[in-house]
Design a protein around this ligand. Structure first.
Ligand code: HAM
Length: 422
């Protein structure tokens, strides 16, 4: 009986997994250049953490969380995102106490009970940054620059950066204005948009329903509701982005699906991805730390969807030529040669190369075929004759040429010939 994997989960294999690993490496390399340090937080947290931070009325909390009771009767949730857990960890471990700005980055799986489709999964991966302690608009701009450099590093282009501000308290007034605008046409809204109207009117701006979109054409813009302070902050972010030469669009329809945002919000999308095209989402959350019981501390960050970045890389063919799994394949002929071949194999590994040999008793021809299939640079052949001479035969797989080398110099000879960066 086959037991298939749960809906919305994936087995990460081959090129997809290689793309994931490249993305994770690029993330740590770029994020550390911006002064972020790694953090790992639990994959499950108390349900209350997300209810209080992401917000009870959001799609994530109201219908997408994997919440369960453990054997001790506690309500636990598989984390749907990383900001809440990082903020909790920062408070709980006293990382914010010295009043310095602190920067953390994380990578790992997140869980949301969404309808699976290309680019949308129930278990998906994010890598993200969170910066606590500064409300300087330059940090907002830096956060966007960090995301941009990260995408550049992966050759993901062109991307579209959309920027907005949801203000701090202003979005409630704005939500009321939006509702007032739509009220006369309430009956024409679809069932999902009716629910949004009642529970979280800002989410109407994300509606895919053409009817709702038309009704929203002349709707008020959140930018007209911003306080002077929020407006000045947004202006300063824009000035810094302009000075750094970042191309972005101001888009008042970006409101994000999580309740903790205050002020700056942004999303980055890649056109080639189709419906699920947003690869980075983030923004400022100046109330979150206090809401979770810490001292009032401003914060800002973003998370990138690794699954979607990997899709973008394969769509754009920006996955570079992959290096061979095995660089050197050892072929031992006859039982007598085996122990020496085994010793040589390990010398080659100690010299820093990826090497392997056959442990299934296959014939020489079939072993050479394996070397070929694995794209090995060299097959090293060790039979009775070679053993008697104290030599090995080095066969270069690309052109079939062969040379002999003394056994105790073979590893060093290979080290010189096998390209180090492959
Ligand atoms: P988010 O917009 O919910 O924000 O998620 C960020 C990114 O995760 C999305 O842009 C998308 O690329 C990816 N993502 C989300 N859901 C899925 C899914 N079901 N399948 C595949 N990829 C998905 C947050 O999570 C915030 N914590 C971001 C943040 C950090 N804001 C401030 N700091």
């Amino acid at each position: 009986m086959n037991i298939p994997r749960p809906r919305g989960t994936r087995d990460l294999l081959h090129e997809t997994l290689r793309a994931f690993l490249r993305i994770e490496n690029a993330a740590s390399s770029v994020f550390e250049r911006f002064g972020y340090q790694p953090i790992r937080i639990p994959i499950f947290e108390r349900a209350e953490l997300f209810i209080r931070s992401v917000g009870e009325e959001t799609d994530i909390v109201s219908k997408e969380m994997y919440t369960f009771q453990d054997r001790g009767g506690r309500d636990l949730t598989l984390r749907p995102e990383g900001t809440a857990g990082t903020a909790r960890a920062a408070i709980e471990n006293g990382l914010l106490s010295r009043g310095e700005a602190r920067k953390f980055y994380y990578t790992g799986p997140m869980f949301r009970y969404e309808r699976p489709q290309a680019g949308r999964y129930r278990e998906f991966w994010q890598t993200g940054i969170e910066s606590f302690g500064s409300n300087d608009p330059l940090i907002d701009a830096e956060t966007i620059l960090c995301a941009q450099l990260f995408l550049d590093e992966l050759n993901i282009a062109p991307v579209r950066i959309r920027l907005n501000s949801v203000g701090s308290g202003e979005r409630h007034t704005y939500a009321d204005a939006l509702k007032q605008h739509l009220q006369p046409n309430f009956e024409n809204l679809g069932p999902q948009d009716k629910a949004r109207f009642e529970n979280n009117a800002l989410r109407l701006l994300d509606s895919k329903d053409p009817n709702t979109k038309r009704m929203l054409e002349n709707a008020p813009s959140i930018l007209d509701f911003l306080s002077d302070e929020s407006r000045a902050h947004l202006d300063a972010v824009q000035n810094a982005l302009d000075a750094a030469g970042v191309k972005y669009q101001l888009d008042p329809s970006i409101v994000r699906g999580l309740d903790y945002y205050t002020g700056t919000v942004f999303e980055i999308s890649v056109d080639s991805l189709g419906a699920q095209d947003v690869v980075v989402g983030g923004g400022r959350y100046n109330g979150l730390i206090e809401q979770l019981g810490g001292k009032p501390t401003p914060g800002i960050g973003f998370a990138a969807g690794i699954d979607r970045l990997a899709l973008a890389m394969s769509a754009q063919d920006s996955l570079e030529e992959t290096s061979p799994l095995i660089q050197v394949w050892i072929v031992a002929i006859g039982e007598e040669a085996k122990p020496r071949a085994f010793a040589l194999l390990n010398e080659i590994r100690r010299a820093g190369m990826r090497a392997d040999m056959d442990y299934q008793g296959r014939g020489v021809r079939s072993q050479l075929r394996t070397a070929d299939r694995l794209n090995a640079h060299y097959a090293v052949i060790l039979g009775e004759d070679e053993l008697a001479r104290g030599e090995a035969t080095l066969k270069k797989m690309s052109d079939g040429t062969q040379e002999s080398a003394p056994l105790d110099e073979t590893a060093a000879r290979l080290r010189q010939s096998v390209p180090t960066n492959t």
